[in-house]
Design a protein around this ligand. Sequence first.
Ligand code: PRX
Length: 664
Amino acid sequence: MSENSELDVLLKTEQTFPPPPEFAANAEFRDPEVYGRADADPESWWADWARDLDWIEPWESVLDWTNPPHATWFDGGKLNVSANCLDRHVAAGRADQVAYHWEAEDAGLEDEPVTGVGSDAGGRISVTYGWLYEQTQRLANVLRERGVGRGDVVGIFMPMVPEAAVAMLACTRIGAIHNVVFGGFSAESLKERMESSEAKALITADATLRRGQPMPMKSAIEGALEDLPAMETVVVFNRCGTTPPMKAGRDIGWTESLEAADPVCEPEAMEAEDPLFLLYTSGSTAKPKGIVHTTGGYLTHATATHRMVFDLKPDDVYWCAADIGWVTGHSYIVYAPLANGATSIMFEGAPDFPARDRWWEIVERYGVTILYTAPTVIRSFMKWGEELPAAHDLTSLRLLGSVGEPINPKAWLWYHEHIGGGRCPIVDTWWQTETGGIMISPLPGITTTKPGSATRPLPGISAAIFDHNGDEIEEGGGTLVLTRPWPGMARTLFREPERFVSTYWEKFGPATYLVGDAARRDEDGYFWIVGRIDDVINVSGHRLSTMEIESALVSHPDIAEAAVIGIPDEHTGQAIIAFVIPNDEATGDSSDELREHVATRIGKLARPKEIFVTDDLPKTRSGKIMRRLLRDIADGKELGDVSTLRDPTVMAEIEAQVGEKDRT
Ligand code: PRX
């Protein structure tokens, strides 16, 4: 059964899940009046949340939206993010509270947690707020001594270790803007992101563990660093004990420099609208977009949504199993949990190492109460079988979350039953890198959920479905838009202010944010996100641009032209399929080589699942590639309208080639 028809069946059966009474009775938000209250006065709603933060100077106005799409939140207010995440908890006597229970990928079952050491010690570590506080200040001083200060960009290219959080917090302490690049990206991608953000410093590691083996990071990017003249400092954390090359004058070791640094670093008083971080994400062109988030609004949005959506309680053991390299890691592993004083799990490895029950072992060991992950991982667990979670005590869990792509009802129901034991509400959270934090999601103590629907916009958030003319569709499908400013909204694209306006705020006027997703609204006003409508592919919750992959393919000397599409995939949500036209000099079948070429240019996650070598591509008379037709072929669907093609016969040839491959 295809995902859609399954969804339709569920819609027809109207299977719904009200909050379990016991959960609702203890939830911080249990009265639906909160929606009306927030809607009646969104500014005071967000201001109330902002008041929970520590401000150095109070703000003068909550929101200025007189010049959309340029919003100013908490104008005049000053704060420091690291002080909100660390200092205030330490000052309140919570220095010894665990911020992260960190597990090395290769931790042995018998390893006992150790306090007061870094992840270079391996094993299991209890990372306390006090430890983070000290490490952050030391690293902040190291950066300051190297001339990094307010407004400078610092790259971060790290494994999943607590030191990655320290690196981010140290930047915020001195007002530097971090630019984290996912550790799985290639040296080329890192270079591109460092170059276009003019990063002055980079914080990285010698290597990262992959299935027990160190995979070099620093030596892999050495060549790229040589091409970055603006890069004055590279701080190298020694995670795996390998000895990467170190360039005198530029590269410094983490441990030695932190030891030598002053342990006290006063936090910079940042303006609410000062940039906090840049995060590059894929758009509909080959060039990634540098999303800019600012300080006061972002932290308000992240902390508020973290408390609302996860019903956070002081004794929760919270696990957001994302990577720090993505926005989910920024908002819901680092900033919101730390600012909210939570105790989290941070796990370095993959769900199937050394065995496929590793996650359930972790849940049982630490008594995890909240688990937040992606549908693609849930589908892997489904494939591996329910016996694995069943062999562990998962009764500590009380709430489950999903993010990154639409969750198919089958996976939702499996998650609910086999992980949540039928008793945990599921929060399916819709948001994006650009929104900074969760936008559409159930409130677990209030919302009756429907498997596959992210339900309703959070209190204070306003979303709608528009048709092509910008008219609202109350019930039915169309384009998802956000119709009111929110504090975590991206403020611009780094060095590309016009692109920010034209991509998100032009189609329906300057006050309506174009999401780039298609969605449907049902008779109860629930939103069902269908997927991207731009040239973006979502593979296992990773956002990739078709244009970026195409440009990587044509950079291979054998390839003249390329077209990339995303097709539905049972496990990864979408899969990348490429059609390439070799040039005259090309020899033999180079599919494997091409896949490796894409991995080198972008990263392994962008490797096409399948590459079809063809003689031509379907193009309109003006030369535009009709990817829609390629999608139809790859899906084995009846071909759509081919009348606008310059050469309609090309479709038959491609179909034959695809069919040939299917048979082999
Ligand atoms: O298409 C939507 C999908 O992921 C896109 C955003 O990707 P990214 O910026 O990488 O952020 C991912 C983590 C927030 C969205 O435009 N998406 C994200 N969450 C959901 C989703 N689609 C459906 N349901 C979700 N819960």
